[in-house]
Design a protein around this ligand. Structure first.
Ligand code: B3K
Ligand code: ZN
Length: 869
């Protein structure tokens, strides 16, 4: 029977490779239309070797030319669109033998941006997870690790620069204006870490000395006109190298380390060994063109990719189900790095709050929706769909919990043992857990449930104060709702930091380990009823089910010594009131005022404390979402804060100015953030009075943070001057693609103002704009994703027009770039949470996409799971 059910891959079906490679030699003659790839593979029996088994290589969109074995033409093979199966191997495959393959690929036609492709006339690769098979036939799986020697050939006039992984062995002039370069990577690596770059690029470079005294060459390669925008990325790279030596004793292992920027890229960046390839968005920055957020993102993405050199490259994943082994751990490392770069304890807290906000906005909904999966998934149809906030951000929270349970030193011991045991290997999440447990002599078996169970655990908090016996009783009860394929859950091992806040201030912070379904703790000698501060610093990624009184929340918001929980109390108060359609009462306004006036608080903290939870997070608190009602309630609440504190906002706007040349450091960035929050609040309070001040800031700003914030305040509040400034912005930055992305994104994320919503009309107009390109992922994200995912009030129209636009866009994008289309397809994941008529209209849009006969596996999996097929 023929079935068109999608193919699923399952974690428990993992088998070690039958064959593996030792040395891989590639000779690649680059041409945009026909690139000729010659490979020479030294093949030997793998861990799963079976005598006589054929060698099955995978390949996609390749033109096969020839095959030789041990130097002789070989005819016993079979070709399918996805495989090259080689039979009749010498001595039944028992001895080492060489396979030579010649094939051809077409980089210019490759719009998926996986494998080898052309961007602005230059060549780039992206191989993770399964792009190498679009370059040549191979054992394209992470547990096959080989040493690579790569010769690149190209016309010198078109590609003066030829880069690949590792060290440069030499270059050669060839006839007819061609030249070549040969690179060798001394470290065995899986194919997903292979990279090449060729074209007209230039670099800045620097030589540094690492902890062992070795000299290393660092380079950042960009298009020539972008050279002045590379300094911040270089500084971030140097800081990352030193941090990893200091915090984890991990040193750069290659003679040179290169970063290359490309304008067409599916995601943020890629950690190819010694040759990281980056989206330009995460490399290029100058005060005039990049905001504080851009500067901070560059620092953290540069660090993330660099840290992969150990967590991901030296020790890699056995299979793609283990993705969080490298991603969760590396996100944790980059978060810790960025927190350390903040330079103060309060700065660390600001970074923690930002990370948790992101987790809750994006990962909690994912974990409650149709694509919910454990950080180590058990099944997938298309691995590219599993580069998720769950694998990354929840994965990082799980790594953080080891550190919370074992302490910083215990965590370091676990890391040391992990590298001692597994350097040069492809391993599993279980290996990581075992290293942590063994190094600390701890039984972490229950902790494994974090790897196998999806869903955000809920912890019910019940408190009782016994005034007679001076005792405080705390009962914690955990539960976790069903997830796809997982109706029942076992208890998690949940570390909860807590403190009883008392007038005497005599109770220390403690760590409770919740391991049972329900546990009670009794605290003695508590002289008066305390206020409970729990899950401090967000020690566990859980939802608290805690009906704490508004009075207690106010106490915490006014002065919890844990800055995270102080912020959290404010968020909870705001959330409760918004969801109950209440405006902030006098006490909360007073508390906000105190926060704003407190000279001991960081401006960046104040900015976060006065920033309301986003709409999509509010949705998750409801059983049936009316998006327009939530938008209106949140907007009214914000407007009240804007109006009631107008004097304070006006004063802050003046106090938070940062005279002198622009500095991207955390303190200056915090001041700018608070100043620009003040500006937008002022416009929210009274747009006619305050718009001229925003226009003035827009005109005189010497940096993008201030110029963009002023423009955004004008646009978001429907100021008359907005249009004129938008026109000016476009012409000022017409030659800066990353700034033009901001121009598009701002207009696509403009919510309705005073009941007037023209955004969808505008977005459709922007899609026709000459500067819009459906094959450039950054542009697509700035117009289509910005509208469908970051502008809920305009997207969720009762007539379903937003959803129709979504469906048309997914269908238009899918044939061009399935990965980008599948990301967009996720925007309707939570359709079941919505009230009517939204729910039915969303379902209809999903069905429209699902009905397309030529869907990519990527989009098919997303819409299929959303509809529950
Ligand atoms: N490892 C890459 C992500 C690759 C995504 C492939 N679809 C970037 C990173 O996490 O560092
Ligand atoms: Zn990563």
């Amino acid at each position: 029977m023929k079935t068109d059910l999608p193919q699923s891959f399952r974690r428990l079906e993992y088998r070690p490779p039958i064959y593996t490679f030792d040395q891989v030699e590639l000779d690649i003659a680059l041409d945009p239309v026909r690139t000729i790839v010659k490979s020479r593979l030294e093949v030997l029996p793998g861990q799963g070797f079976e005598v006589g088994a054929p060698l099955v290589l995978v390949g996609q969109e390749l033109e096969f030319i020839s095959l030789r074995i041990n130097g002789q033409a070989h005819r016993q093979f079979e070709l399918t669109p996805e495989t090259l199966t080689i039979q009749g191997l010498p001595n039944d495959g028992k001895d080492v033998f060489t396979v030579e393959i010649i094939c051809v690929c077409a980089p210019e036609k490759n719009t998926s941006l996986m494998g080898l492709y052309v961007s602005n006339g230059n060549f780039f690769t992206q191989c993770e997870a399964e792009g190498f098979r679009k370059i040549t036939y191979f054992l394209d799986r992470p547990d096959v690790m080989a040493r690579y020697r790569v010769t690149l050939r190209a016309r010198e006039s078109e590609c003066p620069v030829l880069l690949s992984n590792g060290n440069l062995l030499g270059t050669e002039q060839l006839p007819h204006g061609w030249h070549s370069a040969t690179w060798e990577d001394p470290f065995p690596k899986p194919s997903y870490l292979f990279a090449l770059v060729a074209g007209k690029l230039e670099c800045i470079e620097e030589t540094i000395t690492t902890s062992s005294g070795a000299k290393k060459l660092l380079q950042i390669w960009v298009e020539p006109h972008d050279l002045p925008k590379t300094r911040h990325a270089m500084d971030s790279l140097i800081a990352s190298i030193h941090w990893d030596e200091k915090r984890f004793g991990l040193e750069l292992d290659l003679e040179r380390f290169m970063i290359v920027a490309v304008g067409d890229f599916n995601m943020g960046a890629m950690e190819n060994k010694g040759l990281n390839i980056f989206n330009t968005k995460f490399v290029l920055a100058q005060p005039e063109t990049a905001t504080d957020a851009d500067f901070a993102n560059i620092e953290s993405v540069v660090a993330h990719e660099y840290f992969h050199n150990w967590t991901g490259n030296r020790v890699t994943c056995q299979d793609w189900f283990q993705l969080s082994l490298k991603e969760g751990l590396t996100v944790f490392r980059d978060q810790e790095f960025s927190a350390d770069q903040m330079g103060s304890e309060s700065g660390r807290a600001v970074k923690r709050i930002e990370d948790v906000r992101l987790l809750r906005q994006l990962q909690f909904p994912e974990d409650a929706g149709p694509m919910a999966h454990p950080i180590r998934p058990d099944e997938y149809q298309e691995i590219n769909n599993f580069y998720t906030v769950t694998v990354y951000e929840k994965g990082s929270e799980v790594v953080r919990m080891y550190q919370t349970l074992l302490g910083k030193d215990g965590f370091r011991k676990g890391m040391d043992l992990y590298f001692k045991r597994h350097d040069g290997q492809a391993v599993t999440c279980d290996d990581f857990l075992a290293a942590m447990a063994d190094a600390n002599n701890r039984d972490l078996s229950q902790f494994r449930n974090w790897y196998s169970q999806a869903g955000t655990p809920r912890v019910k908090v019940q408190e009782q104060y016994d005034a007679v016996n001076k005792q405080f009783h705390l009962t914690l009860t955990q539960s976790c709702g069903p997830s796809p394929g997982q109706p029942e859950k076992k208890p998690f091992h949940i570390p909860l930091k807590m403190r009883l806040i008392t007038a005497g201030n005599d109770q220390a912070e403690q760590l409770l380990e919740l391991t049972q379904a329900s546990q009670t703790w009794t605290f003695d000698g508590i002289e008066e009823r305390p206020v409970l501060s729990i899950n401090r610093n967000f020690s566990a990624p859980v939802n608290l089910d805690f009906e704490q009184s508004e009075a207690d929340l106010l106490t915490l918001f006014n002065g919890d010594d844990d800055p995270f929980n102080r912020w959290e109390a404010g968020q909870k108060l705001a959330m409760r009131m918004i969801l109950n359609h209440r405006l902030p009462d006098a006490k909360l306004i007073e508390a906000y005022r105190n926060v704003l006036l407190d000279p001991n608080l960081d401006p960046a903290f104040k900015d976060l404390a006065l920033t309301l939870p986003v709409e999509t997070y509010l949705y998750e608190q409801c059983s049936s979402v009316d998006p327009q009602q939530i938008f209106t309630a949140r907007r009214a609440f914000r407007q009240e804060i804007a109006k009631q504190l107008q004097l304070e906002w006006a004063a802050l706007y003046q106090q938070m100015q940062t005279p002198g040349p622009f500095q991207p450091d955390a303190v200056s960035a915090g001041k700018r953030a608070l100043k620009n929050l003040a500006l937008s609040m002022l416009l929210d309070a009274d747009v006619t009075t305050w718009a001229p001040m925003a226009v003035n800031q827009y005109r005189i700003a010497d940096n993008m943070t201030d110029r963009y914030a002023a423009l955004a305040a004008l646009v978001m509040n429907g100021a008359k001057a907005a249009q004129e400034c938008l026109v000016d912005f476009f012409s000022r930055f017409a030659k800066e693609p990353l700034v033009i992305d901001k121009w598009f994104a701002l207009q696509s994320s403009r919510p309705p103002v005073d009941g007037l919503d023209l955004t969808l009309v505008d977005v459709k107009r922007l899609r026709e704009h000459p500067a819009f390109k459906l094959n450039n992922p950054n542009r697509v994200r700035s117009v289509i994703h910005a509208f469908c995912s970051n502008n809920p009030a305009s997207f969720h129209q009762a007539d379903g027009s937003g959803y129709e636009f979504w469906a048309d866009s997914v269908l238009a994008l899918d044939p061009i770039n399935p990965q980008v289309a599948a990301r967009l397809a996720r925007a309707l994941d939570r359709w079941r949470l919505f009230a009517q008529p939204y729910q039915n209209k969303m379902k209809a849009a999903l069905e429209k996409v699902a009905a397309c006969q030529t869907l990519s596996p990527d989009v098919k999996e997303v819409v299929g799971k959303a509809l529950g097929n």
